[in-house]
Design a protein around this ligand. Sequence first.
Ligand SMILES: *Cc1c(COP(=O)(O)O)cnc(C)c1O
Length: 430
Amino acid sequence: MPTYTKSESLFQEANQYIPGGVNSPVRAFKSVGRTPLYIDHGTDGHVFDVDGNEYIDFISSWGPLILGHANPLIQDAIRKEVEKGTSYGACNEHEVEMARMICNFFPSVDKVRMVNSGTEATMSAVRLARGFTGRDKIIKFDGCYHGHADMFLIKAGSGLATYGESGSAGVTKGTAEDTLVATYNDISSVKKLIQAFPHQIAAVILEPVMGNMGLIMPREGFLQELRELTSEHNILLIFDEVISGFRAAKGGVQELFGISPDLTCLGKIIGGGLPVGAFGGRADIMDHLSPNGRVYQAGTLSGNPLAMVAGIAMLRQLESPGFYDELEAVGARFEALVQEAIVPYGDKLSFNRCGSLCTLFFKSGGVICNDDAKKSDTNLYARYFQLMLDQGVYLPPSQFECMFLSAAHTDEDLQRTVEAMSTALAKVLA
Ligand SMILES: *Cc1c(COP(=O)(O)O)cnc(C)c1O
């Protein structure tokens, strides 16, 4: 059995100085009955904690590390740039290249602005949508997470679902009133809101493939219907592809389903592991941003040269021919192994996958919306998580988070993971 003494004592000290001991709630292991790991370093698909334990890592920093840990080309790019300086609060050539690359990956994006996190991206995209349409309200979907800005903390997925809060304290009534909540995969729930608030809705924002209640796929036609409906009512359609961008497919869910949103939010992968976000879309909308237009948006460290070179080094590798075929092969191989391992428990589990994202739900009969996901047995997940951790597999510490596969996961990693899974499931579901 591995020991976790150094992590445990660090967590104890952390609790003295940091609320809950963590700088982001999803890192706490509260819902799975453990104390969090303190990670010392990572290589490829593995991380090593401060006690010297090695794990096959399926968190991948919650998405960014699609090439695995300590990618040499990203490290070289950062090293080279850091020699020159770290930040200038002025224009730099890398941000231009980054913008060009993002526009190439996402044909719906004519222009893009860099920010420092996914939260900033979604928050700014909604402000822009409001400024552009002159309307106040937005529609979001139950279970979709768009970062921690006030207006999104309503039925907002994993972090909140894991800790049983219906929303967050500290959000004003006025803000909450402008956020309308629809049901994912249910177009009639959107129609009803549009009818109830005619000409008041600026934007519909969603994770086109849901990644923050575990992985949930759109049903056939749902995204297309949403595109038609929003166009008909002059409502902007915002795809939050902070997780799904560069993961569901090279050009995100919009490429996979052939849908052109008005605005797209990105983050995670485009920073190569450094803090970054971006939002972009139609030029006529984006030109409403200051200094061209009247919608204000800014950032001291936006387009930071270190983050830009890291992101560029990442995107260049994703552009290399065959990369997405190989990544899909990793995902498909893992799915095949998992499906085989869960045959004996077919009536107790559901497995969803899209590209390099997947979730094993402790729920029978499939998961297509937030209400389904919430029926999962989180106690079983907690036991499963612990048994996996003790066998050297680091899963998300919540039933409602995706597993993030990376191109650095080897076939041996996948096989060892599924062997551990078989052992754990036999104990948990016996
Ligand atoms: C992670 C995430 C965000 C927020 O990004 P941060 O960088 O954590 O602020 C927004 N939207 C989605 C879909 C995310 O998964």
